[in-house]
Design a protein around this ligand. Structure first.
Ligand SMILES: [Zn+2]
Length: 573
């Protein structure tokens, strides 16, 4: 599910739809990668995303294959350093698996990863027609080899089952691994929908020197789908604990890091769908760890909708005109929701933290305006994820679940042109406003406005006033909203309250208050970081050669946001 996946994303629609239809006969409202259309299915289809959890990381070493890191010792040191490091916070300790998720969730989700003793094989078993675990995009379906793709999936499930047996019980006469064992899977089940064991491991990640694609597989669900998969069908239960899904990161070429790929893949275990443009019809969605991240810089934060959907954001619903001080997302979690119904805007302030977070930003900071269209959210119907893979949520320009409203109004991303943060993030003086042009928006008619996709005016204006690296003032003009908490229904994972100012709030503002407004920083401070950052960087994709490598634009000037007029107050009023 990540760039270029093992699951046959380009499979004939007919068999995918067939699967989906058959699966839809099962009890509804429980689905993998539905982007939290339901939150009730933690355990069988989603990893827990609240509280303390345990994540098992299994290094799989293939003796006859090389290591991205140079040798086995360096590979294991890399894996251990990234997954086991969880002291301190992201900003002081640096980018690591545990610190990333803790910060992205504002401390609401606290995974602790443990690296298991390596599971070792002399060589990869054949996976379908492929040796060395090097499975190409679509596993042959694109060339019409459907039976071959099924064989790949069957063999992959069998191999993952063997990996899990080797990690828990160790080598035996029936297994081809030569090393491994000692994992007590029960120690990795401490949470479910509520704290405490639920019979499902909280999260399992495989990292390997084999050239696996980056992918997350709902192994238990797939193995139970006897319609297509020929079996044998392992149950993926070990000593009474089930492994419902596995995130996999194989060897990646520098500057990409396979440990970083695992962060995105783990996002799928939590429930997030891919937000990049799998179809190639538009540029990958920036500003999200589930979107256009190329694993060569410290991870982007999740986009606002993803953080709202999982329940990690502090959300404010504008109940009408207002002036909002948004402290930077990563620390405050603040997301401003403007608009109602199934199509609305989420506004946040994003900031680059070099080598730590959002390091792919080419500006120091800016205001990100995201359009959300719930019509394109995956259905929570059981088994629908196969359709989500086939018809990815952000794969049709404009007609997508989420998109970036670009401050320059050019909609370059929708037209497959390169990302340009300096032009696309809003800074002081820029605004998204209604348009008199009420024709539907599309690639051939890219109207810059707050009108709906079908052209209907919303009456919404979103304007950025002063902004700096710590936050921004966002001025909203909007029709009055009688019940702002009703407007957050289904999006609040916390109680919603109507604040003194009449706007709705849900989240945990008390525990994680937005940082106090710092006095306006010395002008050079925000801009100096730019000079020390990387210059141009070659950007590839995970499975090299499947998409053309792209060249990122040079870091753009951040002069606009580096000149502030006034400090940013901490709270909106
Ligand atoms: Zn993915």
């Amino acid at each position: 599910m990540v760039r270029r996946a093992l699951l046959p994303l380009s499979a004939p629609p007919a068999w995918v739809l067939l699967l989906a239809v058959v699966a839809a006969g099962a009890p509804a409202r429980a689905d993998y990668i539905d982007h939290f259309a339901t939150r009730d299915d933690v355990g069988p289809l989603k990893a827990p995303s609240r509280g303390d959890t345990r994540v098992l990381v299994i290094p799989v070493i293939i003796d006859d294959l090389p290591f991205e890191q140079g040798d086995e010792a360096a590979f294991l040191a890399d894996v251990d350093g990234f997954f086991a490091a969880d002291d301190g916070d992201l900003f002081t300790g640096g980018f690591s698996f545990a610190r990333y998720w803790r910060q992205a969730s504002l401390g609401r989700f606290r995974p602790v990863a443990t690296v298991a003793p390596p599971v070792r094989f002399a060589r990869c078993p054949p996976l379908g027609a492929y040796a060395d675990c090097a499975i190409p995009r679509g596993a042959g379906v694109a060339s019409g080899d459907f039976a071959g793709a099924v064989a790949v999936l069957n063999d992959s499930l069998a191999f993952l089952h063997e990996v899990l047996l080797c990690a828990t019980a160790g080598p035996s006469r029936e297994r081809s691994c030569t090393d491994g064992g000692g994992v007590d899977l029960a120690a990795f089940d401490i949470a479910g929908l509520t704290p405490g064991p639920d019979g499902y491991a909280d999260g399992v990640i495989v990292v390997s020197n084999a050239a696996f694609p980056g992918i997350a597989l709902p192994v238990q669900d797939l193995a139970q789908n006897t319609l297509v998969f020929t079996g044998p069908h392992p149950d993926f239960v070990y000593d009474g604990v089930a492994v419902p899904a596995v995130a996999i990161a194989g060897r990646a070429r520098r500057p990409q890091r396979q440990t970083w790929v695992a962060v995105h893949e783990f996002g799928h275990l939590l429930g997030f769908a891919d937000l990049y443009n799998e179809s190639g019809a538009a540029t990958d969605l920036p500003y999200s760890v589930m979107g256009g991240w190329y694993y060569d810089t410290a991870a982007p934060l999740l986009d606002p909708f993803s953080r709202v959907a999982v329940g990690w954001a502090n959300v404010i619903q504008a109940s009408g005109p207002g002036r909002f001080a948004l402290a930077s997302s990563a620390r405050s979690g603040m997301v401003l929701k403007v608009g109602l119904g199934d199509e609305f805007f989420l506004v946040e302030h994003r900031r680059r933290y070099p080598d730590v977070l959002d390091d792919d930003l080419t500006v120091d900071a800016g205001v990100h305006v995201q359009r959300v269209r719930l019509q394109r959210r995956p259905s929570p119907a059981t088994g629908f994820y196969l359709s989500t893979l086939q018809s990815c949520v952000n794969c049709i320009p404009f007609d997508s679940l989420t998109m970036v409203e670009e401050a320059d109004g050019r909609y370059d991303l929708q037209q497959s042109r390169p990302r340009d943060d300096a032009a696309d993030l809003f800074v002081a003086g820029q605004a998204l406003v209604p348009s008199d042009d009420t024709a539907p928006r599309s690639t051939s008619h890219p109207v810059f406005s707050s009108n709906r996709l079908d052209g209907t005016p919303t009456g919404l204006s979103i304007r950025v006033e002063p902004d700096d690296v710590d936050g921004a003032i966002v001025v909203v003009d909007a029709p009055a909203v009688a019940d702002p908490c009703a407007a957050l229904a289904g999006l609040c994972d916390h109680d919603c309250v109507v604040d003194d100012d009449g706007h709705g709030r849900c989240g945990d503002f008390g525990t994680w208050p937005p940082p106090k407004a710092s006095p306006r920083p010395a002008e050079a401070a925000g801009c100096a970081a730019l000079a020390s950052g990387p210059g141009t960087a070659t950007v590839g994709v995970l499975l090299v050669g499947l998409l053309p490598a792209r060249r990122r634009r040079s870091r753009a000037s951040f002069a606009k946001a580096c000149s502030l007029e006034q400090p940013v107050p901490a709270r909106n009023r």
